[in-house]
Design a protein around this ligand. Structure first.
Ligand code: CP
Length: 323
């Protein structure tokens, strides 16, 4: 399978065979990393990474990943480019594409981030990797599927995942993680249950894609307004906060909606509602004491550090295959 030059903007752009190949490559790269075997798939290649927001996992996993593959990743932010002086995004993309072998972007600006990426992808002759936009976080979804596959020895189909909104009023988080999560896990044939208070609806088009994915894969998709109901019997719980950007795009006004639901927290009582073999997942950073208790995130069911580690292996797989 040749994926060289293919953009990775949403998992929906890749067919089932391509996603399976991506996961197989990530598992293989993880083994090579653990065995300290060389895997220099991208010698002397360059990835340009444009970050419009902060990052711990995404930046460092991709940067370390490129080094381990024999290449180099440049970290760029708007103040390090001429964007701040008015050079257009497209002109910036045209220039960077001439210098390297891939462009990766994080831009979560609501209503703009995905458009920005698609515009650069349109004019770029090198692959574009989405490091999170306003709609999708496909790199996170790949790492999460890998973590679930590892936990259940590849037997993912038919397992229940509860993707739930949580309380965290300190700032309005993007809705890209729950979007990519429900899209990816419905592709994998999981029983996906999405839970949120009424103001925190997801994008209707993405909900429709998730429903179609579930019908095709033999999984299922349900939306509830109750965190306890979502957790009942779940094999994977994925509680995280997101903003009510569809209901209220104004970020200051949106905080007042978050403040209404302080009881939407993942605690030991809720974990007990899930299957005894359930795992707790979160893409991080998690807000302790609001989204999740210390007892859960530091407890035996937590897999957050495996998830974070798998960002490295899946990120390397995406770069190796597309670049
Ligand atoms: N999960 C994730 O994308 O983390 P960062 O925001 O730290 O990159």
């Amino acid at each position: 399978m040749n994926l060289k030059g293919k953009h990775y903007i949403t998992t929906q752009d890749w067919n089932d065979d391509e996603l399976q190949f991506l996961m197989e490559t990530a598992h293989e790269l993880k083994q090579q990393f653990k065995n300290d075997e060389p895997h220099l798939h991208l010698p002397h290649k360059t990835l340009f990474m444009m970050f419009f927001e902060q990052s711990t996992r995404t930046r460092n996993s991709m940067e370390a990943g490129m080094t381990q593959l024999g290449g180099h990743a440049h970290f760029l932010s708007p103040d390090k480019l001429q964007l701040d002086h008015g050079e257009t995004v497209l002109d910036t993309g045209r220039v960077l594409a001439r210098y390297g072998h891939g462009i990766a972007i994080r831009n979560c600006d609501w209503g703009q981030g995905n458009k920005f990426m698609r515009a650069i992808a349109e004019i770029s002759n090198v692959p574009l990797i989405n490091l999170q936009c306003d709609l999708y976080h496909p790199c996170q979804a790949a790492a999460d599927l890998m973590t679930i596959q590892e936990e259940f020895n590849g037997e993912v189909k038919g397992r229940k995942i509860a993707v739930s909104w949580t309380y965290a009023p300190s700032y309005v988080r993007p809705i890209s993680v729950p979007h990519s999560e429900i899209l990816m896990m419905s592709r994998a044939g999981m029983e996906v249950v999405l839970a949120h208070p009424p103001e925190f609806k997801l994008n209707p088009d993405i909900l429709a894609q998730t429903k179609a994915n579930a019908e095709k894969s033999g999984g299922s998709f349900e939306i509830v307004d109750n965190m306890d109901a979502a957790f009942e019997g779940a094999h994977v719980v994925y509680p995280k906060s997101w903003g009510c950007l569809i209901h209220e795009p104004d970020r200051e006004a949106a905080v007042s909606h978050i403040e209404k639901y302080p009881d939407w927290i993942c605690d030991e009582r809720r974990m007990a509602l899930a299957s005894p073999e359930a795992i707790y997942m979160h893409p991080l950073p998690a807000t302790r004491g609001q989204e999740v208790t210390d007892a859960v995130i530091d407890g035996p069911q937590s897999r957050v550090w495996d998830q974070a580690e798998n960002r490295l292996h899946t990120g390397k797989a995406i770069m190796s295959l597309t670049m």
